[in-house]
Design a binder for this molecule. Structure first.
Ligand SMILES: CC(C)(COP(=O)(O)OP(=O)(O)OC[C@H]1O[C@@H](n2cnc3c(N)ncnc32)[C@H](O)[C@@H]1OP(=O)(O)O)[C@@H](O)C(=O)NCCC(=O)NCCS
Length: 284
C-alpha cells in the first residue's frame, strides 16, 4: 500500500477525493482540461526526446529505436487501466484551509517559508556551492557571501527560506521581478540532499505561489529548467505550470549544450485552480 509521504498530504486526502469529482464543465474542470490539451502534446514530445537520449546512452543502437517503439506499443497494450495523468495532482493533495500566513511567513504542516534573513546566508553559501544547485539555473548564483547578500537584497529579488520542522532546507523566490508586466522568474532548490524527493519542494512551491500572486501581486510566474530535470518538470506541472516553449541548446552545461524548457503560470489560472477569484484573499 502507498503511504503518504507526510502528514500534511494525508490530511488533505479527503478534499483531494472531493476535488477529483469536479465536473469537467465547471470552471475548475475547464481549466484542468485546457491545461492538459494545450501542453500535453509538447510535454509528451519532450519526454520522448529524453527517453530516446536515455536509451541511446544505455547502449541501444539508434537504428533499433523503431524496434523499441514496437515494444513500447506491445507493453502499453497489455497495461491494465491506470489512473489519469498526474497533472494538477498537487491540488488534490493540498487544502487551502491548511495554509497559515501572517503575510510574510507561510506554513502548512511541517513545511514553512520565511523571508530570507542575514542568519540564513551561511546556509545559502553552502547550498549554492553544490553543482546540482548551480546547474539548475541559467544564471548561476553568486558563491561568495558578500555578493550573495548584495544579490538577494536587490529590489528585483524576493527570497524565502524553505524549512521542514524548523530546519532550513532550501530556498525559493523570485528573480527579475518586472513591476510593469508583473512577472518574475521563480527559482528554487532544496539544498539539503537528504530532504529531496519527500514532497518538500512541491509543498514549498505551493506555499510560495500564494506569496507570489497574493503578496507580490504578480500576474505571471515563469521558470526555466533543464529538459532532463524530470523532478522539477513534474513538480511545476503538478501545480498548473504550462510548457511555453523549448529553447534549443540554450545552455552550456559541462561539455554540452542542453535544451531549456520554459514553463509559465498565470494569475488567472492559479486563481481558478484555487477555486476562483477571491478564494485566496484570506492569505494575502
Ligand atoms: C527540483 C527540486 C526543487 C524538487 O524538490 P523535491 O522536494 O526534491 O521534490 P518533490 O519531493 O516535491 O518531488 C516532485 C515530484 O518529482 C517526483 N520525483 C521525485 N524524485 C524523482 C526522480 N528521481 N525522478 C523523477 N521524478 C521524481 C516526485 O514523485 C514528485 O512527483 P509527485 O508529487 O507526483 O509524487 C529539488 O529536487 C532540487 O532542489 N533539485 C536541485 C535544484 C533544482 O533542480 N531546482 C529547480 C530549478 S527551477
Amino acid at each position: 500500500m502507498n503511504e503518504p509521504r507526510n502528514p500534511s498530504k494525508s490530511s488533505a486526502q479527503s478534499q483531494a477525493r472531493n476535488q477529483a469529482d469536479t465536473p469537467a464543465n465547471s470552471p475548475e474542470g475547464r481549466t484542468r482540461g485546457a491545461i492538459s490539451d494545450e501542453s500535453r502534446h509538447r510535454m509528451l514530445r519532450l519526454v520522448t526526446k529524453s527517453f530516446c537520449r536515455e536509451i541511446v546512452d544505455y547502449g541501444v543502437d539508434v537504428r533499433d529505436l523503431l524496434k523499441v517503439s514496437g515494444h513500447v506499443l506491445e507493453f502499453a497494450s497489455v497495461q491494465t487501466e491506470r489512473p489519469p495523468t498526474a497533472a494538477i495532482e498537487a491540488f488534490r493533495r493540498f487544502a487551502l484551509n491548511e495554509v497559515a500566513t501572517d503575510g510574510a511567513t507561510y506554513r502548512m504542516g511541517p513545511t514553512s517559508l520565511r523571508p530570507l534573513a542575514e542568519d540564513d546566508l551561511a546556509h545559502v553559501v553552502r547550498w549554492v556551492a553544490r553543482d546540482d544547485v548551480q546547474n539548475s539555473t541559467l544564471v548561476p548564483y553568486p558563491t561568495h557571501e558578500d555578493e550573495l547578500r548584495q544579490h538577494m537584497a536587490s529590489p528585483t529579488c524576493s527570497y524565502h527560506v524553505i524549512a521542514h520542522d524548523g530546519r532550513p532546507a532550501g530556498l525559493i523566490g523570485a528573480e527579475d521581478i518586472d513591476g510593469h508586466s508583473r512577472r518574475a522568474e521563480m527559482r528554487k532548490f532544496i539544498g539539503e540532499p537528504d530532504m529531496r524527493g519527500r514532497g518538500l519542494g512541491t509543498e514549498a512551491t505551493f506555499l510560495w505561489l500564494h506569496h507570489a500572486f497574493g503578496k507580490l501581486g504578480l500576474h505571471k510566474v515563469y521558470i526555466h529548467t533543464h529538459h532532463g530535470n524530470a523532478r522539477n518538470l513534474k513538480l511545476n506541472r503538478s501545480l498548473g505550470f504550462e510548457v511555453e516553449g523549448v529553447l534549443s541548446e540554450e545552455h552550456r552545461m559541462g561539455g554540452s549544450f542542453v535544451d531549456i524548457v520554459r514553463m509559465g503560470l498565470l494569475e488567472g489560472s492559479w486563481q481558478e485552480l484555487m477555486g476562483g477569484p477571491g478564494s485566496t484573499d484570506s492569505l494575502r
